[in-house]
Design a protein around this ligand. Structure first.
Ligand code: BGN
Length: 287
């Protein structure tokens, strides 16, 4: 009888904070891009854990951050299937309160990864009170679930050991592929540049912004930070832009006027799939 009074008879309704290190991580992962995999397979496998819009909240603890995963997208449906197949289970094991946003560039104009990420930030904030943003390429899958998709004391570069760069950084200041910034860190750099059309340099500009605002780069070690890239041909309308190299020398002068403060786009459609929120945006791309 003494034993029975010590603990309430029913489970308490107030949940504790999720631990800093999630207990259910497994470490290294086996990743293989099977071309037979379909989006319906992925839906069948994980939709019962998710809420509409590609949203998840751990059932047994309160997540420390509200994470928006932002993906810049156009015409890569096969990659999206693989990304969702691998990432949802990882993010669930990481006990994150997260939502996946696929930001599609409408039309066939020149692609602009960083401007799409900016639009993703603004649209995600309209949906939920996010305080952390993970910006990811659609073709990158982590090879270790200890690589946490959350925010840190400094902006974080997650994709530090990609297979295509022989599991090394291609250069010390590389900030491409997958990165995370808290809302405060993102606002401090005025978001990302809107003016890097085509391939190359926008990630280097973001790196410059972070350094010019007195922050440094946080990174996982090169074992935890391994990634596999889905092999693909060069996209149409995303040619390497030689103008971008010159723009990089101007970051300090341009960052306050080119970014969140100058962002202009229109939302053409918002579709909530069970696996992701799809937002089609017109970013006024040159043809
Ligand atoms: C760099 C690109 C990055 C890209 C990496 C890895 C530029 C700027 C002009 C020099 N930078 O060369 O954007 O992520 O390669 O592919 O093109």
């Amino acid at each position: 009888s003494h034993e029975e009074t010590r603990r309430p008879p029913t489970k308490s309704k107030t949940l504790g904070r999720c631990p800093d290190t999630p207990p259910t991580l497994v470490g290294p992962l086996h990743v293989e891009f099977d071309s037979q995999r379909t989006l319906d397979d992925v839906r069948e496998m994980i939709s019962s854990s998710l809420r509409e819009g590609g949203r998840y909240k751990p059932p047994d603890c309160v997540a420390q951050q509200k994470v928006a995963i932002i993906i810049a997208f156009r015409n890569r449906h096969e990659h999206l299937t693989h990304w969702l197949y691998y990432l949802h289970p990882i993010l669930i094991r990481q006990q994150l309160d997260y939502t996946v946003y696929v930001i599609n560039q409408d039309g066939e104009g020149v692609f602009n990864r960083a401007k799409l990420m900016n639009a993703g930030y603004v649209e995600a904030m309209k949906q939920y009170d996010h305080d952390c943003f993970v910006f990811s390429d659609i073709d990158l899958v982590p090879l270790d679930d200890r690589n946490l998709y959350r925010c840190f004391d400094n902006p974080r570069h997650l994709a530090v050991a990609m297979d295509k760069f022989n599991f090394h950084l291609p250069y010390k200041t590389y900030f491409g592929g997958v990165s995370s910034l808290s809302k405060g860190q993102y606002l401090k750099i005025n978001g990302f540049p809107n003016t890097f059309w085509g391939w190359g340099g926008e990630d280097d500009d973001i790196y410059n912004r972070i350094i010019f605002r007195g922050m440094s780069i946080s990174r996982p070690d090169s074992v935890t930070g391994k990634y596999r890239m889905i092999k693909h041909k060069r996209d149409l309308h995303n040619e390497e832009n030689p103008k971008n190299a010159g723009k990089l020398r101007q970051t300090k002068q341009t960052m306050n006027k080119d970014g969140l403060s100058s962002l202009k786009y229109t939302v053409k459609e918002i579709k909530k799939d069970i696996l992701y929120t799809f937002i089609n945006v017109d970013i006024e791309a040159p043809l």
